[in-house]
Design a protein around this ligand. Structure first.
Ligand code: FMN
Length: 410
């Protein structure tokens, strides 16, 4: 984390005073913070305070010959690992959602090639207004990450959602975002090999309830499945991602449906059919508790409870034998032993076209990690790829699937 660069945009909201503390907290963690202050933001905090706390010149003007000569706006937008907007005003969100570029902050947001994390702050009516909610939904779809807003008493005297998250909550969100890949590839950098095709991807774990507060889960992070959805969208496909509970952000330009259980995941996948390609990368729980309790299980004299497990629906097998079966059905096999043998058996049993098999033994660091070593198992044989970043596995897989679509099968 130390040494990573943050470009902090401070908008014109009453919570701008908290951004002074945010700069301090980020720097305490060894992060380099460069600040951009909007014209309205300068009504709330001074460039002098921000410059003193960040230890760097504060950028305010788009049309500044001196600033442009020292560091141009495009360079400024790229010379960061993460862009943070705090406070993110209704106005900044609206501009970003619609691609405006009429001041330094909005131009940077349009020109950046990095993830943007926004901490909204506004009156509750401004936050709840359908226009703001529409803009937030658009920005989420474009890959913007949000922290807050929280509920609470507002400077305007009202009470409700719209309060900017506290600096330490924003710092935690910054750290989480920096733990992943923050570079957004140029959409056209990948050839549009899936243009005109519809792709459904599942990703992440499922949570199967035991009672209202407990659930059965697994260690899947969603990183590989989300990277595949992103790569498919970058390749021109129209993508529906059905995701279990994960902490990775929704991929840019992808319609993401959030679910918790295997049954909800199957329902969302069936609702998204028809499609040309289905990629089941989610780690779907094989079993659920047959009769999840409505009230919390209590510790009692009768000792530990018995969880009566029943089998979950098999999403991959269902899609592979569906009346509206996609042309290509791809499954993932996460194994801890005999990886290829199990994958070959799964290919035949589930009637899919391709299995992407990976070893998820703890020593491999695949579950939750950023790299993966996969074997592509099809009727034609087994192809083993070297250990690669998950984003690269995703891009290669998409190229492979595009080739198979061209050949008319697996
Ligand atoms: C006293 C005062 C407080 C304001 N607080 C907020 C706020 O918390 N959130 C917000 O979205 N707008 C707030 N506004 C309105 C913004 O300052 C205004 O929309 C401005 O154009 C935002 O510019 P910017 O998005 O370029 O920073 C406030 C305005 C005033 C006068």
């Amino acid at each position: 984390m130390t040494g990573k660069r943050i470009l902090l945009i401070v908008g014109g909201g009453i919570a701008a005073y908290k951004s002074l503390d945010l700069v301090r907290r980020l720097r305490e963690r060894g992060l380099n913070v460069r600040v951009v202050l909007t014209e309205a933001g300068a009504q709330f905090v001074t460039p002098l305070s921000l410059a003193s706390l960040s230890g760097q010149e504060v950028h305010q003007e788009l049309f500044s010959l001196t600033a442009e000569a020292r560091m141009g706006h495009i360079e400024l937008s790229r010379d960061a690992d993460l862009v943070v907007i705090a406070p993110a005003t209704a106005d900044l969100l609206a501009k970003a959602a619609h691609g405006h570029a009429n001041d330094l902050a909005s131009t940077l947001l349009l020109a950046t090639d990095k993830r943007v994390l926004a901490a909204p702050s506004m009156n509750l009516r401004m936050w709840l207004h359908p226009a703001t909610q529409r803009n937030v939904a658009t920005l989420r779809g474009d890959g913007m990450i949000f922290v807050g807003p929280g509920d609470g008493a507002m400077a305007c005297g009202e009470f409700g959602p719209g309060r900017m998250s506290e600096p330490l909550e924003i710092v935690a969100a910054v750290e989480a975002a920096l733990a992943g890949d923050t570079v957004i590839p140029l959409p056209m950098a990948q050839p549009p090999v899936l243009a005109g095709l519809r792709v459904i991807v599942t990703s992440g774990p499922t949570h199967e309830p035991i009672d209202p507060v407990r659930y059965i889960a697994n260690r899947s992070s969603g990183k590989q499945g989300h990277a595949i959805a992103q790569a498919a969208a970058n390749a021109g496909a129209s993508v529906v991602l059905v995701s279990g509970p994960v902490s990775v952000p929704d991929p840019a330009g992808v319609q993401t449906v959030h679910v918790e259980t295997a049954r909800q995941m199957l329902e969302a996948v069936e609702a998204a059919l028809p499609a040309d390609i289905f990629i089941g990368a989610a780690a779907v729980a094989d079993w659920r508790v047959g009769a999840a309790l409505v009230e919390k299980l209590k510790k009692g004299a009768s000792g530990p409870p018995t969880l009566g497990l029943v089998e979950n629906p098999d999403i991959l097998a269902t899609v592979a034998s569906h009346a509206r079966r996609p042309r290509l059905v791809v499954g993932f096999a996460a194994e801890t032993e005999k990886v290829i043998d199990h994958a070959q058996a799964k290919l035949a049993r589930k009637k899919c076209d391709l299995i992407v098999a990976n070893d998820v033994s703890p020593a491999t660091g695949v579950m939750g990690g950023d790299a993966n070593t996969v074997h592509l198992v099809s009727k034609g044989g087994v192809e083993t790829w070297p250990t690669l970043p998950k984003a690269e596995v995703a891009q290669r897989l998409i190229a492979e699937l595009a080739a198979l679509m061209g050949e008319g099968g697996a």
